[in-house]
Structure formats: C-alpha cells, structure tokens
Design a protein. Structure first.
Length: 477
C-alpha cells in the first residue's frame, strides 16, 4: 500500500526539505520503518533506542491518533495519510457574578456585536464581566489581546517580564517603535487601553512559576496560552487542570501553527496530547528557526475567537480537536483528540496533584555534558588572526541565515545535514562550530565528538555575539 507521510517543518531538514514522503507498507509500523530506512536522521526524533515511538511525537492516520487504533500495528490502505505531529506548547465557564450594565457609549462601541443574535446585549455583558489571563505579550499574546480588548472583554490579565526588542516588531503588533526598551506589560497596557478605555488590564510582571501560578490563574475565568517554551506550557496546563480552568492553546513555528482548547472537565488536556516534552534543544525556538510575522496573527486570532465563544457559550469549541495550519499552502487540517485515561494529571488515577519543578521535568539544566570548552568571540578572533585557514570555522545554521550574515572564512554545513557530511571534514583539524546564539553549535559539537572528532569547540553566543563585539557593521537578526 502507498501511504503519504507528511513531514512537519522542524523535521524537513532530515528529508531534504520534502514536506511529504510516499512510502509502501501494510501497517503504520512498516511505513515508519521505511521512513527511517530512507531518512536515518529522523530516527532520534521519532523513536527511542528500543524502537518505541517517542512520547513527544504523535502519529495520526488520516484524522485519528494511532494510540486509539492499534498503534503501529494499525493496517493502512492505499492513499492513507500518516501525519507526524511533534510538540512545538467546549467549556462554557459561567460568570457567576451579576452581569454589569452597558453604558450608552459601550452600546455604540459594540453595536455590531449587539446586532448578532448569538451575542446581543446579554452576550456583551458576559464579555464585560469576563476575566481572561493571557500568558505572554509576544507573538501570540499581541493579536489575541488586541481582539479580546476590542471585543469588550472587561478584564485582561497579562503575565510577562520581558522588554520590547527591535526583533519583536515583525510580529508582536501590540508594541511599536516608540516602546523599544520598555516593559512589554507597559507597552501592551497602553495600546490596549487606547483601543478600549473601558478595559481593565491587570499586569503580572514576573515569570510564571510553580510558586505563583495557582495564585495568579485562580483569579481568572479562562487562560490563553501564548508561551514559547515547554516548561511554561506544561505549568499552565497543570495549573489549569488543578483549578478547573479552560486553557486556550496555540503554538507557532516558521510557517505552521497549532490551536486547541484543553479543558479537563470536558475533554483532554495538553498532557493527553504530549505526555512528555522533547529533550532540550531538539525542537528549535522561533529565535533559531524563525517565524512568518503574520502567522501568530492567524493563530492568535483563533485563540481570541475560541475565548470569546467560551465566554458566550456559543458554537462548537476546539475541545477535543487540534487544528493544524500550514501558511504556505493556506491549508487547515483538523485532528481528533481524546482524553488519555492514563494521563498523570487528568486521567482516571492522577499521580500529579500539585505543581512540580517544570524546568527539571523538561530537562532544563540537565542537558548532556558536552565535551570540549566553548570559546568566546574575542579569543576566536585572536586565534583566527594567528592560525588562519588551519582553524576550521563551521557554520551550522541554515542557508538563508548564512545569507543574512556570516563570519568570513567559515564553512556552511547545516546542523540537519551534519551527520551525513562528516566525511567532508578533517578528523584531525581544529574545529569551532557556531550558529545564531550558541545552542545549535553545541549540538553540532556533540555530534562531532560522538563521531570521534577530538578538537572541537563551540562559539559562545554565536554569530550574534560576533556581530555585537567583533564586527559591529555585521547585520544582526
């Protein structure tokens, strides 16, 4: 049987950029075996050493999770589509307080809402009474908070502790050039209250942690997750389950996005979808992999839409459904989600009954001990001046990043291609790997050391540190 396997963006480096691969097999397992046989670089991303699928990757046969079929023994038919869904982070909560009145100016402001029978005056009063917490004022938090404010959500809480940076403005539309260097909370509050002065913005200028999450989240009706890291994503999920709050989820990477609503009272939670996170460094961040500026606007708007539907109690929410969006094809797909009876926090016999150490859970701080030291940019500059071509400078970024800026004399071998191109490198040479800010170059160091290369170091801070401290005229991104 010929089956099409769709390859998500983060894994396409290992398939030569191909977004789909057609393979033969009688079962899901045979198809996956064929995929790994032809694209060996995918192996550590998809399966464990014993051959079992990794828990941070899900496989869908057409629109059904294979865990709810016969797993890898599930038979396939001609023309089936097998979708790899890696982790990249409807409830109707009633407003129990008396609904607030609308002023004459609010009636005029929301008149287009009031004309909708599904909203009307009562629905608009529900929106005014609602309390919504957004985690993050970045790419997703910007559009979703703008639309919630414009729609008349009465209280919006924002958790963030960052400042506005020039690289944010390509997608974080709640901020502007005039707020560069300012607190994102201050910037967002000024923009949202200018959009709708009837709005109450509650600022939480701190990192969300296991110590403060329950106290912050319990004061809100709905949580909207706009985070960009796995520890916070699992923290938000667990806190929402423990407090019985809906969690409106969204995630983005390059040209692809995901959205759902996790509400343990009525459906699955995030852990039902991904029981454990990927190892640190395996899934690149948006800072490393990039993101199309308009993409968070699309996914963030979906999150705002789902939040408003939950408040109004109208429509079919995304509880039990995962929406996948491919911006390059302008294509939406929908996958069914089911509650996992063995889920450690929302299953039949939960083992997680309080918040845990999420950085430890996600392996932060417990990465493999890389052999070989890092080298700082000043030391590298001195060595390049002294040793010249005898020192191999290996750029492990992507070709489009190389075009933005690179260190003179470097050689480009993208990280995803490195295992297959080791034969091009001199095993006795002195090598310094570098990337954008240092994380991928450390993975490259690990690969090279594991292959027997003895003289390998990684450039601390990457090409960004080089541009900032050695070559100020170099473009930065």
């Amino acid at each position: 049987m010929s089956v099409t396997v769709t390859i998500p963006t983060p894994l396409r480096n290992f398939t030569g950029g191909r977004e789909a691969v057609v393979l033969a097999g009688e079962t899901v397992g045979e198809v996956i075996d064929g995929l790994l046989a032809t694209h060996g670089g995918l192996k550590r991303h998809l399966v464990q050493d014993d051959g079992r699928l990794r828990n941070f990757v899900n496989l869908y046969l057409n629109d059904t999770d294979i865990r709810h079929l016969d797993s890898t023994d599930t038979p396939v038919r001609e023309g089936d589509v097998l979708t790899i869904v890696p982790s990249i982070a409807g409830g109707r909560p009633a407003v129990e307080t008396e609904l607030p009145k609308l002023s004459h100016s609010e009636v005029l402001r929301y008149s287009r809402h009031l004309l909708l029978p599904e909203v009307g005056v009562e629905g608009q009063r529900k929106l005014k009474a609602a309390r919504v917490l957004t985690i993050g004022a970045g790419g997703l938090g910007s559009p979703l908070s703008l639309y919630l404010a414009a729609a008349g959500v009465g209280t919006i809480g924002i958790v963030d502790f960052d400042v506005v940076d020039l690289t944010n403005l390509q997608r974080q539309i709640v901020h502007g050039t005039s707020t560069l260097g300012h607190s994102k909370l201050e910037s967002a509050k000024a923009r949202l209250t200018d959009l709708n002065p009837n709005l109450e913005v509650e600022s939480h200028e701190s990192r969300l942690t296991s110590e403060n999450a329950l106290d912050i989240i319990r004061e809100y009706d709905i949580v909207v997750d706009g985070t960009d890291n796995f520890p916070t994503r699992y923290l938000v999920n667990d806190a929402c389950v423990l407090l019985d709050k809906p969690n409106v989820y969204g995630s983005i990477f390059r040209f692809e996005g995901q959205a759902s609503v996790f509400y343990a009272r009525e459906g699955p939670c995030y852990r039902c979808l991904y029981s454990e996170p990927p190892p640190p460094g395996l899934v690149p961040s948006c800072a490393e992999g990039g993101v199309l500026g308009v993409l968070p606007g699309i996914i963030g708007s979906i999150q705002a839409l789902e939040t408003i539907k939950l408040i109004l109690g109208e429509g079919d929410s995304l509880i039990g459904r995962l929406v996948l969006f491919d911006a390059l094809k302008l294509r939406f797909r929908e996958l069914k989600l089911r509650k996992d009876p063995d889920c450690p926090i929302c299953g039949e016999n939960p083992t997680i009954k309080e918040l845990i150490d999420y950085e430890a859970f996600c392996g932060i701080g417990a990465e493999p001990a890389y052999q070989g030291p890092e080298v700082v940019v000043e030391q590298l500059k001195q060595e390049l001046d002294e040793k010249g071509d005898s020192l191999v400078l290996l750029d492990v970024r992507e070709p489009h990043e190389w075009e933005i800026a690179h260190i003179e004399g470097a050689r480009l071998v993208p990280l995803g291609q490195l295992p297959d191109r080791l034969g091009e490198l001199d095993g006795h040479a002195e090598i310094v790997t570098y990337c954008h800010k240092g994380s991928r170059s450390m993975k490259a160091l690990e690969i090279l050391r594991g292959a027997g290369f003895g003289k390998v170091r990684s450039l601390a801070g990457g090409v960004d540190a080089w541009a900032g401290r050695i070559e100020p005229g170099m473009a930065r991104y």
